[in-house]
Write a protein that binds this ligand. Sequence first.
Ligand code: G3H
Length: 255
Amino acid sequence: QTVKYTFGLEELEQRLAGYLSVPKVIVVAGDSDELPVVKKELGRAVVQQMKNRVRSGDVIAVAGGTTLASAAEMMVPDPRWQNTIFVPARGGLGEKVEIQANTISSAMAMKAQASYRLLHVPDQLSEDTRRSLMQEPGVQEVLDLLSTASIVVHGIGEAKTMAGRRTTSASLRSRLEEESAVAESFGYYVNQDGQVVHRENTVGLQWDELRRDQTVITVAGGSSKAKAIDAYMRYRPSSILITDEGAAKAILEQN
Ligand code: G3H
């Protein structure tokens, strides 16, 4: 808390919450683009907010990415995780296995000493395969659980970085550029007005299934993600944004 007042982070939190119309914003000191330790602090803040909101028996949907991998690293056992179930928010999105939603949600659950389910769905599905996989009882069970999630935790990526990091075809990469995609989350790419310009074909939580009665915890930091965070947050439901000083200042400065 002392650190916050020293660096004026509370003021940043309030200004950002007002600008993005998000009920709650948490800003950690530093810029995770410059200092890797800041990403760990983002992860610590995610775990703290999850703990504040969780109730016994809750289903928690967890997406992928390096920021959420930091949150999994910071997870520790606590009575509040009793009887909770961690579920991956989406199937494969062409990422390295360490940062896929399956890996992160199961790692979180194991460290929390809670239960978890896996979503056994490969990347890059055709629409027909996606539909038939969704009928599989094992997949259906996880999708049913996902629809009851009380807490959803996810990151936001910068569109070009995400397309480059994943197995994305050259034609899709140039289409994303033509369509001015700036942000990516849950496999959806959006432009700066929050319009969806592309959706990856995978199963799992869809954006229009996010509910107002859920706690949606969004985490993304680093000044390089300023435009992406802005584009996502102003147009999609989120209860809490956890970001860093670098991103918060860049978002407010660019406007
Ligand atoms: O969809 C968003 C990305 O998974 C965020 O990934 O945390 O590694 O930047 P990142």
